[in-house]
Write a protein that binds this ligand. Structure first.
Ligand SMILES: *Cc1c(COP(=O)(O)O)cnc(C)c1O
Length: 347
């Protein structure tokens, strides 16, 4: 068999921008070091590639959600610098995490017991200070198994870091209390937006995710963070339609004049969601090619009036600046990244 044909879509990744974003967040973290949240395959952009680039730039700590997400990263970064945020679900998983040399984040007393049962090596703990998601309660810090842990990073996580909210200071106070209650080597509280709240929130380590990948959660990061990812697709067909003709499912677009249109090989199955119908914009160089009609499962029709020379096989790129994309679609910047589907070649 000859090689499998490439799909007509690729996710262009600006590695220089990724590294520059990490450097900026590391600088804004002051005396703390910035790590990198690379869960969910680095928010959809490809964790192997992201970790390789970030580790080369000096990023020493990364965070995955599930133990299995660490597997492709082994060999790219010291395993003991990969923290598994969700911790071990049971003793079997604890054993796997220990054998791989990873650092679990212990979130419950029963996770603490599982970890102790398999040897109780260096680990992290997550203390819940008000988001009421996963994490030890302040009362759990007296638990015997928790007290037996050898804690590297004592984490907590902010619920409203991107907002000017009194809950931030409240959580800060509880985190400081937890730091006094449980011995640990390092402490961490801030996600991307939390870094902008200032030195008291930095501790020893910060955990940016979104902003590494070009997301701007709060105005304090505008102008500092650069776009990293951009979906690109090839044109499958170019055609001319007459005034009055309709385009796509349910005929949501009607041509008001004779025009040339192109069909790009990208659709909602790839994460270019129907929320973009009638709103998306693609480009060929600087030329703007509005998406017209309803986005299909794996096709999006474009208005080629600004670029009538385009032909089958030519590549076009979606406008995917995250704050603007979020404003246009109503999706969050987190969702806009993580929905980008598995069909893209990440390049
Ligand atoms: C995902 C996650 C982060 C990163 O948050 P961003 O808002 O994407 O910067 C930080 N800490 C924890 C515990 C997380 O789960």
């Amino acid at each position: 068999m000859p090689p499998t044909p490439d799909l007509p879509l690729r996710l262009a990744l600006d590695e220089g921008a990724l590294v520059a974003n990490w450097r900026a967040l590391n600088r804004l973290s002051g005396d703390a070091a910035a790590g990198a949240a690379v869960k969910a395959d680095a928010y959809g952009l490809g964790a192997v590639r992201a970790v390789r680039a970030l580790a080369a730039a000096g990023c020493a700590d990364v965070f995955v959600a599930w133990a299995g997400e660490a597997e492709p990263l082994l060999g790219l970064i010291e395993p003991s610098r990969i923290a598994v945020l969700h911790g071990p679900r049971d003793e079997g998983e604890a054993r796997w995490i220990a054998a791989a040399g990873l650092r679990p984040v212990i979130n419950t007393p029963s996770q603490a017991r599982s970890w102790i049962a398999v040897g109780g090596g260096l680990c992290d703990v997550m203390v819940d200070t008000g988001i009421n998601r996963i994490g030890l309660g302040l009362a759990d810090l007296g638990d015997d198994a928790v007290r037996a842990l050898k804690v590297d990073v004592l984490h907590s996580h902010l619920a409203c870091a991107e907002e000017d909210s009194p809950h931030n200071a409240e959580q800060l106070g509880r985190w400081q209390h937890a730091r006094g209650a449980l011995p640990h080597a390092r402490a961490a509280l801030a996600n991307s937006a939390g870094i902008t709240l200032g030195a008291p929130y930095h501790g020893d380590l910060t955990r940016p995710g979104l902003a590494l990948y070009g997301g701007i959660p709060c105005s304090a990061l505008a102008g500092t963070i650069a776009q990293v990812a951009r979906p690109e697709a090839a044109l499958l067909q170019v055609r001319d339609i007459a005034a009055g003709e309709r385009v796509g499912y349910n005929g949501r677009f009607t041509a008001t004049e004779a025009m040339r249109i192109g069909v790009a090989g990208i659709g909602y199955a790839d994460g270019y969601l129907r929320a973009w119908s009638g709103k998306g914009l693609f480009r060929h160089g600087e030329r703007a090619l509005p998406a017209i009609g309803t986005v299909s499962m794996d096709m999006t029709v474009l208005d080629l009036r600004a670029a009538p020379d385009l032909k089958e096989g030519d590549w076009v790129a979606a406008d995917y600046d995250l704050p603007a994309a979020s404003a246009a679609t109503g999706l969050t910047q987190y969702e806009l990244l993580t929905v980008l589907g598995g069909r893209f070649a990440r390049r």
